[in-house]
Ligand binder design. Structure first.
Ligand SMILES: [Zn+2]
Length: 139
């Protein structure tokens, strides 16, 4: 896609700090990291979000993520790694090319805001009803 910054990175028109690449996937460090080692894993085929991405590209992104966090463990020894993926401007997706964030949290660092929310029990009946509705609409 012409105006897509990630497509430009894939095409080599914009530089990146690459950590992984294969036929279907590119991964590089985020230039605005939430934490040290914050990595973006993207499919080379442009797709805006989870609704659009082809299954084989989605699989490739997640298989690559597994390899990358294994290496991250060696290099950063994180307490954990958050895998975050946003779909749509309404949830602050900024670049409209599917990307999976790999966000490591190292020992002693601030808790990640994306992975530390308060647990409040919901309405269990409403949860059960909604699960049924969504399940009934699976293609
Ligand atoms: Zn793109």
């Amino acid at each position: 896609m012409e105006d897509c910054i990630f497509c430009k990175i894939i095409a080599g028109q914009i530089p990146c700090s690459r950590v992984y690449e294969d036929e279907k996937v590119l991964a590089f460090l985020d230039i605005n990291p939430i934490s040290e080692g914050h990595t973006l894993v993207i499919p080379k085929a442009h797709a805006e979000n989870l609704w659009e991405i082809h299954e084989e590209d989605l699989t490739a992104v997640h298989m690559a993520s597994k390899k990358i966090i294994r290496a991250m463990k060696q290099v950063l020894n994180p307490e954990g790694v958050a895998c975050l993926q946003l779909n749509g401007r309404g949830v602050n997706q900024v670049v409209m090319h599917y990307h999976l964030h790999l966000i490591p949290r190292t020992k002693g660092s601030e808790p990640l805001p994306v992975s530390s929310w308060e647990l409040k029990p919901g309405n269990q009946e409403a949860i059960a009803r909604l699960a049924e509705k969504i399940a009934a609409n699976l293609g």
